[in-house]
Design a protein around this ligand. Sequence first.
Ligand code: GTP
Ligand code: MG
Ligand code: ZN
Length: 350
Amino acid sequence: MAKRRLSKQQQRRIATLQKNKIKHDLRLDRQEFDETSTQTARVISHHGRQLYAETEDHEKIKCKIRQNLGDIACGDYVLVQQAKDNADKKKTGDLPASEQSVESQYVVVAVQERTNLLVKTGFAGSIKPVAANIGQLVIVTSLKPRPNPYLIDRYLIAAENLPAKALIIINKVDLLDHQSKRVIDDLSSLYEEIGYRVILSSIKQDIGTQEISEALSNTTSILVGLSGVGKSSIVKTILPKEEIKIGATSTATGEGKHTTTVSALYHLQCDGIIIDSPGVRDFTPNNNSLDEIMQGFIDIRQFSGSCKFSNCSHRDEPGCALRQAVTDGKVDKQRFNNYLRLVQEFNEKG
Ligand SMILES: Nc1nc2c(ncn2[C@@H]2O[C@H](COP(=O)(O)OP(=O)(O)OP(=O)(O)O)[C@@H](O)[C@H]2O)c(=O)[nH]1
Ligand SMILES: [Mg+2]
Ligand SMILES: [Zn+2]
């Protein structure tokens, strides 16, 4: 593919960014950090070359990031050190209250091993980390924008392969009418029959919020889904004191305006942790193999290996156990088609 030529202005911008990065790295290298102050903290939100983290004493700290640490995501556990000056002042109690919290000079020196990392495939196949150490993926859908079963299935693949529990929320049920009620009923019974929990909610009418709150206890959950479905509204309802931006949606489609721009982590009273993530236009899990796709379909995977041919593509070969399961009503047709679609997309990617 021919390389796109950069305009003069773009070249200048890139040069300035590179210069700033070098300056930042030099500053970090010159500044001395107190190794005896090393402690563990959990990343609350990540903004380019800086992040906010929470220490084990629940202190919120702002940190710079030492170079070459690789990807860092919201929910990561990191090792941080305090700048020498600050650490000394803190020991003698000389640090002003304002500097003891957010403005303290900390640096992230290492990222601890994670249990899992949720990633999404971005532009041109780039892999972007979304959040780390996730116990539960909460797939938020709504009546407006409408639920998209193909998107739900792709998030379920991500959940099964993390692995993490999965929960499906159908929000904005205050907008239900006769026609949409059937769609929502069918959708929730489909996923409940497979074995997933589905909660119908309305933030406007306070429906299902208690149930959501309880489902979030004792684990780290992340809310994911299209922009405008009400992810931040759910967090704000459970944690009314937090400053959380809620966005407007387009009146025609209900499409959101991408209000939340970075993932952010919040503590719940019930010992749970919730991560609010930016809404997506689409989500493609980073499937590394056909087996990962199969593992992502908990209702279909039990039939794999029972086909007549071991390399069955489940399309038109005789003796296909998967197609038989669909014919027998043991596997939902739409789920099976979504499975085939993902396999095809994977094969086309090469
Ligand atoms: N009718 C109705 N509107 C809701 C409900 N929950 C949220 N909304 C509205 O939906 C819009 C989008 O809400 P947000 O919470 O910002 O949505 P989000 O999923 O966080 O969107 P992004 O941050 O862009 O990903 C706002 O106008 C909310 O007031 C609900 O239960 N019913
Ligand atoms: Mg939001
Ligand atoms: Zn088959």
